[in-house]
Design a protein around this ligand. Sequence first.
Ligand SMILES: [Zn+2]
Length: 129
Amino acid sequence: MPRSGYRFDYLVAPLRCPRCGLVAEADEMLEMTTRLRAEPNLAYLTIGDDLPVTPERAASAGYVQLRLPGPDEPTILLHTWTCASCGAAGNWAEVVVEEDVIEAIDEAELDADTMARAHFKVSDDSRHR
Ligand SMILES: [Zn+2]
């Protein structure tokens, strides 16, 4: 945990690990961080919370743009998460944001369908460690 200058918030949800099959707790052990909010403060963000996302914000927050969301389309972010039970670090989750509110956070497979549906994907250098 950083001691000062909070640079990110946590995205949290109970997610099932594809490797060990256990459901991970919705907490910071997921290591699913985002810098989308203007003043991040290590908050736990989950379904129903505000998360402002625009292409400009996503770019400056370290996301890779896969494609632009259509005008009436929810924005889909792809995030990695870590399973605290078995240590698997390459898990993926889809975060659905509609009108700047988180609508869903679900485990995902990083396959062609998921990549075609998503708009922004965390880049490796956005990880905080
Ligand atoms: Zn696991």
